[in-house]
Design a protein around this ligand. Structure first.
Ligand code: GUN
Length: 295
């Protein structure tokens, strides 16, 4: 049967721009009240190119909204003990409202130990169990940036969620699992019936085809094909990958976990890559940092 749906894009850049204006206003209010703007620090270990790009975009976003930012770099061979000491020092630094330790960390460092060492009230990434537990109970806290950014995007475009079937593909601690919780809460957006799927799910296409809202965070380029998507679905693509492309000056092109053109032709709404979820993740980090500065 021919596909007839006219799709619309969930434009993360437009939504992020609107939120950034509100955040900049909030930053200016904090400046007036406290005599200094909100202040975020980012710890970057090693030279991983993707991590360097992500951290640079976080620092740039801070500048755009009038936040102070501090980039703390450590070499790839930093010891876990030294990194723990740095975390301890940042926890006690009253000039900082929050900080993040960019992941992944080199293999010799235990990420879980580092995440647990970050004080929950400085954990603007929302990765600490205390913040994740608060999220589960619907209590105030810091939400993980990517799931929170997706919720903001759904809110901005007034995507109906109540009673809808949301299928999440991927169960990572920082995206898939928190996403499934946020979408199932008694809230707006939320109130979905949620199915969480992963690499061991049997007959994944039969489940993704049931999704009114499909959220994909599996980390595999172009993984979701058109025959895995229901006509009229809302598709949110968290993936971002570089594929070699000799026709581009850069030598590569970006793509997501969703095979965009054929899937978009069946959707009602879809996030582009780039320009969908990515900008929202950075904006959510700023929202958390503003919240920290206001508390
Ligand atoms: N690595 C990939 N995404 C993230 C993120 O949101 N925060 C941190 N700290 N590291 C990441």
């Amino acid at each position: 049967m021919p596909t007839t749906t006219t799709y619309r894009t969930l434009d993360g850049r437009a939504c992020s721009k609107a939120l950034m204006e509100r955040i900049a206003q909030g930053a200016s209010n904090v400046q007036k009240l406290r005599g200094r703007p909100p202040h975020l620090a980012a710890v970057l270990v090693g030279e991983d190119p993707a991590s360097q790009t992500y951290v640079a975009s976080k620092v740039k976003a801070c500048e755009e909204v009038g936040f102070q930012s501090t980039l703390v770099r450590r070499p790839a061979d930093v010891s876990e003990k030294d990194l723990m000491e740095l975390v301890d020092q940042l926890n006690r630094d009253d000039s900082l409202d929050g900080f993040i330790v960019q992941l992944p960390l080199p293999a010799h460092i235990n990420e879980e130990r580092i995440t647990l060492a970050i004080a929950p009230w400085k954990d603007v990434d929302g990765f600490h169990p205390q913040n994740l537990g608060r999220m589960m109970l619907g209590l105030p806290g810091y939400l993980p940036a990517t799931p929170s950014g997706i919720m903001e995007l759904l809110k901005y475009y007034e995507i109906p969620t109540e009673g809808r079937h949301c299928v999440v593909v991927g169960r990572s601690n920082i995206v898939g699992t928190p996403m499934s919780i946020l979408m199932s809460r008694n809230a707006q957006p939320g109130n979905c019936t949620v199915t969480i799927t992963h690499s061991r799910t049997r007959d994944l296409p039969s489940i993704t085809r049931q999704a009114d809202i499909l959220i994909v965070a599996i980390g595999k380029a172009n993984f979701i094909k058109a025959d895995m998507v229901k006509e009229g679905a809302v598709v949110v693509d968290v993936g971002i990958h570089r594929l070699p492309d000799a026709t581009r000056k850069s030598g590569f092109r970006l793509c997501g976990d969703v095979d965009y053109d054929p899937v978009a032709a069946k959707c009602s709404w879809i996030t582009p890559v780039p320009g969908g979820v990515g900008p929202m993740t950075v904006t959510s980090l700023l929202l958390n940092t503003l919240k920290a500065a206001q508390s």
